[in-house]
Design a protein around this ligand. Structure first.
Ligand SMILES: Cc1cc2nc3c(=O)[nH]c(=O)nc-3n(C[C@H](O)[C@H](O)[C@H](O)COP(=O)(O)OP(=O)(O)OC[C@H]3O[C@@H](n4cnc5c(N)ncnc54)[C@H](O)[C@@H]3O)c2cc1C
Length: 373
């Protein structure tokens, strides 16, 4: 059977659904296709910063929003290995989502607006020349525009030849809170090269994970199990999942045909220090929808996404410096016992991009002023 849609979106994660929801709200003729059947899981610690929360507020109705979060945390703790260096209160409490529920809520929102979706499509193929997608049952969907929102290992990357070594890799596990618990956002440095370990509260469980710039020789699981041992949790009883995530490499999507757009992880859009990807996924998904409605699609999208590209690229330079062993050592020395310093950076560079990596010089200067005040 043949179908025709103006826009086909591959992937129904946050990037794909934010794009689909925005298009559906404008009565655009759109179809979302995902290999999974929802609800499905996604390896992700689920931390929602203030800037992400604001975007969530534009997607959902007020009454739907509170139910999206499994908990909130108004304090951050920084550790060197297991030694607590500093603990501080932040301006906006960080919120946490469970990705099974959050992504399902996004898909349900899209469906409630009348959006077309095809789930469980494991074996789709895309013919860029003919602008069509062939589904596993042989059905053909023709499109004017195609948006790849299919995550860090996007199908579209085959066309460009993307190297996994330019990404990060992370694994995580969920521990019942009666065995190990926290009510703050806890970051552990000096546990892994070019990355960090985290412990986030998740309601009845805590999420413990570790990620870094992908390195084949890193034994991610043993880093995590060593940590679990150190806090008295039996690692044998745990389930672990892992996934790639972009980490400072923007996919050169100009190389793809003019009617192809990449959003979210598929485009290489995450914060290159924290690995936070939900903000850029929702943001670029929405930018893609605006561009599609504007007419001059690819040019408009590439123009509107420039600030995001710039944050990722400048952030990559900061990442290269930040993870140098000497700089890490200095950073951990500087933050020890400095609550004001940590909350200043969290509030201005993580929770919001008041200063993003493009303005890191100004941030350092203003911090010195702030510290004197
Ligand atoms: C260990 C880890 C921890 C993280 N923690 C955080 C965090 O705390 N906060 C934060 O903001 N970000 C975090 N991230 C990053 C965040 O998870 C991603 O940036 C975010 O999920 C990107 O959304 P997306 O919609 O682009 O892609 P995804 O969420 O990956 O969604 C892609 C969708 O495409 C579908 N798909 C994939 N391939 C195909 C195919 N061939 N055909 C059809 N469908 C396909 C998938 O089933 C999926 O539904 C973390 C990532 C990792 C790996």
């Amino acid at each position: 059977m043949n179908h025709q849609f103006d826009t086909v979106i591959i992937g129904a994660g946050p990037a794909g659904t934010s794009c689909g929801i925005a298009l559906q709200k404008k009565n655009h003729n759109v179809c979302v296709i995902d290999k999974a059947v929802f609800p499905r899981n996604k390896t992700c610690a689920g931390l929602v910063t203030g800037k992400t929360d604001q975007l969530i507020g534009t997607i959902f109705d007020k009454a739907e929003i509170d139910g999206l979060f499994c908990c909130k945390a108004d304090r951050i703790k920084l550790y060197r290995k297991t030694e607590l260096l500093t603990e501080t209160r932040v301006k906006n409490p960080a919120k946490i989502v469970n990705r099974i529920d959050f992504d399902n809520a996004l898909v349900s929102k899209y469906k409630s607006l009348g959006g077309n979706i095809k789930e469980g499509e494991h074996h789709l193929s895309v013919d860029y020349k003919k602008s069509c997608v062939t589904l596993s049952n042989g059905d053909i969907i023709r499109y004017k525009h195609i948006v790849f929102a299919d995550g860090a290992l996007s199908l579209s990357h085959k066309e460009i030849g993307v190297d996994k070594r330019k990404m990060a890799f992370g694994i995580e596990t969920y521990i019942p809170s009666d065995q190990f618990s926290t009510d703050s956002v806890d970051l552990y440095f000096d546990c892994i090269n070019k990355g960090y370990l985290w412990v986030f509260p998740h309601g009845d469980t805590v999420c413990v994970g570790v990620a870094n710039m992908f390195n084949k020789s890193t034994d991610y699981k043993s880093i995590l199990t060593d940590f679990l041992h150190s806090v008295g949790v039996d690692p044998e009883k745990q389930k672990y999942t892992g996934a790639f995530l972009p980490y400072g490499y923007v996919i050169p999507q100009e190389k793809l045909p003019a009617n192809v757009i990449l959003v979210g992880d598929a485009g290489g859009f995450t914060d290159p220090i924290t690995g936070e990807g939900l903000y850029m996924a929702l943001h670029t998904g929405m930018l893609a929808a605006e561009a599609i409605c504007s007419g001059n699609v690819k040019t408009t999208y590439l123009e509107s996404v420039k600030p995001v590209v710039s944050i990722v690229k400048k952030g990559k330079t900061v990442q290269n410096l930040f993870f140098l062993p000497a700089v890490q050592k200095l950073f951990l020395k500087k933050v020890a016992g400095k609550e004001k310093l940590v909350s200043f950076y969290y509030d201005n560079l993580v929770d919001e991009y008041h200063y993003d990596y493009r303005r890191i010089g100004e941030l350092l200067k203003d911090h010195r002023q702030y510290n004197k005040s």
